[in-house]
Design a protein around this ligand. Structure first.
Ligand code: KIV
Ligand code: ZN
Length: 501
């Protein structure tokens, strides 16, 4: 038994799923946060898949120092060359090679015989090894593969030099018992199994990805592949926050804990949700709004008597502060900075100054500023906004009875103030149309628009996440303000500024 490693695939399996795409700056921000979270491996992308993916893998490899950086590659020389070219600047680069091993994938997708699959896998692991000592091999659709055949594939790729053997449940089909048995079987029957680490990569089609990953660990797997907020193909991947907190809550069951700084979990989850323009379901474990709420009287009574009655983990352990009233308009920069440190944020002097200015601004608008508000400000500042080509100055809306709502917007572009008015169906519709009149962006649609409250009460900060589509490309926008119209404008401008870059 050794320490369990967390392999994060938010930027590859997560990012490739519909509605989760990110641009280069967004990916780099996520990678930096994953480094703060202390994942062991960041799968930064699939270098061959597009020039954009190649660039982002390369940039992440250069930026991140404290994690292994991996790129995915099919079993072809072109894929492996691209993967290596993208990751070679990393402190610890890894080439992640995969080939399907299940009968249905080999026959219909690859159109290869099992013997050809064996030879290709072995040959391509050797080829990858020529570049890089750290090579992982994944038997795609392992959990629907014949264990006897899988054993031979695993044996061959270990001989060819693979250091990590991943057995994915590609279609989310397996059960915890099967997963555990499969890993145990490989460890027992493959001659050099003790020289490599086994890994699990589970999809959540039947809602069992976390359970299956944990069962794999019970069977002897030492690496869990997962994604922040469980994003990924179809129903997603194993959720990082859930699997990590399951390990953390039951240490006696799973051996040595991963090195994750669990207090960074909430911040990481929020950052990813803000970037992809999604929010957690209220009942989402660990990061959902109700994950730590006790509503039923009998539960509240129990928790008041002793927290252990209904609470198996604390909000603080994942970085959610329960402190209500913290600082106000009379608090100085020093108190603000101290509170940020207590909340686990290490910011540069420049970031602190900017955050403090926004905090002061908020104090003028809101009587009580909570830890939640402060965290929302910091997380919002971490969401890349692109260049502020057009900057928000002011807006006004007035209802015109049956003829709709009149929206007026003022923006600053370079040193010129630009104003436009539009009469539309509602406030957002008219303001967005007025903005379009100023910027004249290409044809686009608003694919997603979510408004949510940061905390409780009428004074709460409102958050808007949206996604604009222009042809094949999507652009995310995020806005935060005590005024929901202002948050909507900031989010819209953020996305438009990116696509006018
Ligand atoms: O689900 C899967 O099988 C994968 C592999 C490419 C690792 O994502
Ligand atoms: Zn996958």
């Amino acid at each position: 038994m050794g320490r369990i490693k967390i392999f994060d695939t938010t930027l590859r399996d997560g990012e490739q799923s519909p509605g989760c795409s990110m641009n280069l700056t967004e990916k780099i921000e996520v990678a930096k946060q994953l480094e703060r979270l202390k994942v062991d491996v960041i799968e930064a992308g699939f270098a061959i898949s597009s020039p954009g993916d190649f660039e982002s893998v390369k940039s992440i490899a250069k930026t991140v120092r404290d994690c292994t950086v991996a790129s995915l590659a099919r079993c072809t020389k072109g894929d492996i060359d691209a993967a290596w070219n993208a990751i070679q600047g990393a402190e610890d680069p890894r080439i992640h090679v995969f080939l399907a091993t299940s009968p249905v994938h080999m026959e219909y997708k690859l159109r290869m015989t099992p013997e050809q699959v064996l030879m290709r896998a072995e040959e391509m692991v050797r080829y990858a090894k020529g570049y890089c000592s750290n090579v992982e091999f994944s038997c795609e659709d392992a959990m629907r593969s014949d264990p006897e055949f899988l054993k031979v594939v695993v044996d061959r790729v270990i001989r060819a030099g693979a250091m990590v053997i991943n057995l994915p449940d590609t279609v989310g089909y397996t059960t915890p018992d099967e997963m555990r048995e499969m890993i145990e079987y490989m460890i027992r029957n493959v001659p050099d199994s003790d020289k490599v680490e086994f890994s699990v990569h589970c999809h959540n089609d039947l809602g069992m990805a976390v359970a299956n990953s944990l069962a794999g660990v019970r069977g002897g797997a030492l690496q869990i592949e997962c994604a922040v907020n469980g994003i990924g193909e179809r129903a997603g991947n194993t959720s990082l926050e859930e699997v990590v907190m399951a390990l953390h809550t039951r240490p006696n069951l799973y051996g040595e804990q991963p090195r994750i700084d669990t207090r960074q979990i909430y911040r990481t989850s929020k950052l990813v949700y803000n970037i992809i323009g999604q929010t957690a379901a209220n009942n989402k474990p660990i990061v959902g709004a109700n994950a730590f709420a006790h509503e039923a009287g009998i539960h509240q009574h129990g928790v008041l008597a002793n927290k252990l009655t209904y609470e198996i983990l604390t909000p603080e352990s994942v970085g959610i502060s329960t402190n209500q009233i913290v600082l106000g308009k009379h608090s100085g920069k020093h108190a603000f900075e101290t509170r940020l440190k207590e909340l686990g944020y290490e910011l540069t002097d420049e970031q602190i100054l900017m955050a403090f200015a926004r905090f002061k601004d908020l104090c003028d608008k809101k009587k009580t500023v909570t830890d939640g508000d402060i965290e929302a400000l910091i997380i919002d500042a971490g969401v890349p906004k692109g260049t502020e080509n057009y900057k928000f100055v002011s807006f006004a809306v007035s209802t015109k009875g049956r003829s709709g709502v009149e929206g007026t917007i003022c923006l600053r572009h370079e040193n010129t103030y630009l104003e436009q008015t539009y009469c539309g169906d509602g406030s957002i519709d008219s303001i967005y149309a007025a903005i379009d009149r100023i910027i004249c962006p290409p044809e686009h649609t608003l694919d997603k628009f979510i408004i949510s409250a940061v905390s409780e009460g009428k004074e709460t900060l409102g958050e808007v996440s949206l996604k604009l589509r222009c042809g094949e490309r999507t652009y995310n926008g995020h806005g935060l303000s005590t005024d929901i119209m202002e948050a909507s404008i900031i989010a819209y401008l953020g996305a438009l500024n990116q696509f006018m870059e």
